[in-house]
Ligand binder design. Sequence first.
Ligand code: ATP
Length: 145
Amino acid sequence: MSIRCEIVSQDRMVYQGDVDIVVLPGTDGEMGILPHHAPLLTTLKFGLIKVRAKSEEQVFTVAGGVAEVQPDIVTVLADAAENVEEIDIARAEAARQNAEAALSKLDRAGDVDAYLSVEAALRRSALRLDAAKRFRTGKRHVNEE
Ligand code: ATP
C-alpha cells in the first residue's frame, strides 16, 4: 500500500512518486504520514521532508510552505524545496556569505522588511548547507516521473 507524494515549489515540480511514508516538518512538530491518513492541512517550517519507498529514503530541504494531506495523496506547496542530492553547495555557500555581509550592514530597527528578507536568505542557505552535509549519499535522484 502506498501514498502519492507531490512536492511543488514556486518554480518547479520537485518530486512526485508513490511512497510508503512522508515525514513533514509541520509547524507543530514532525509528522509521519502513512497511506489512508486522515485529511489535514498544515503549515511547514524550515526543515526536512523525508519520503521513503521500498526502504529507500529521499531527503528534501523545504523553506516553509503548506501541506495538504488526503488519504491517498500528500501535496506540498513549498516556498522553495530541493532534493539534498541536487543542492549546489557552492551556490548555498555564496548565498550564506552574501546574506551575512548584508545582515552586518543592516540596522534591525531600520528597514524591517529588508532585515527579515536577508535573515530568511541566511536561514535557507544554512539549511541547505547543513542538509547537504548530513544527508547526501552521492546518488542522484532526478524527479521520479
Ligand atoms: P540564491 O541567492 O542562491 O538564489 P535563494 O535562497 O535566494 O538562493 P530561492 O529563492 O530560495 O534561492 O530559490 C530559488 C530556486 O533556486 C528554487 O528553485 C530553489 O530550489 C533553487 N535553489 C536555491 N538555492 C539552491 C542551491 N544551493 N542548490 C540548488 N538549488 C537551489
